[in-house]
Design a protein around this ligand. Sequence first.
Ligand code: GTP
Ligand code: MG
Length: 220
Amino acid sequence: MDTARKLKINCKPLDDLLGGGLEGGIITEFYGEAGSGKTNICIQATRECVLNGIGKVAYVDTESVSMERFIQICKGSYNKILSNTIFFKPSSFLEQEKIILGLPKVKNIGLVVVDTINMFYRIMMEDDEEGANRSLVRQLTSLQLLARKQNLYVIITSQVYTTENGDFRPFAGRGIEHMAKTIVKLERIGEGRRKAVIMKHRSQPEGREAVFYITKNGLE
Ligand code: GTP
Ligand code: MG
């Protein structure tokens, strides 16, 4: 297996930060506040996966991704990209689990996106904490195995909660921290300006930062 396989997001600061792009065979997690750029990254990675002929994209969407934004980022190629993207739209955490556990049967996938992994988790946690945690572990284990066995790219995004000292952490942090081999925190630092920080990586220093911009064409 070629573990050095990389998928460029085609946003130089982010690709450099990641040592050349997303790494194949593992789960990469992006977490950050609302508007920090999680979905923009997912859409742009979808575009790059299809346009570089890596394979189809299985896009598990819990928030109804904006088709308008999809078209802005994919521009003239959006028909090709959309026809190579399989959207899954779960309406509960257990439905999301069923979808994720079914992904190994889908042919020719190059990239799996789960945006976000923890929205329905938070809802399920309210009345079945144990069940939600068990399902989260099953989902992450399945994604990790899929990434490893088929050497796929997997992106999960995570909403955050704010800690007492004003810092923010991914919700369900600990469950995910072990399963995601690369973890990137996203912060808003100005209008359209975002900072990405490596929180965990197997070959890049933790704490390394990059600044990028969200523009009408995507990430630059
Ligand atoms: P949640 O899903 O709410 O948690 O946020 P997210 O992290 O997924 O954020 P997303 O990737 O959707 O980014 C939203 C940000 O992109 C907002 O701050 C928008 O202002 C910005 N954005 C969207 N379209 C454009 C655009 O055409 N130009 C610019 N400059 N910014 C844009
Ligand atoms: Mg989003």
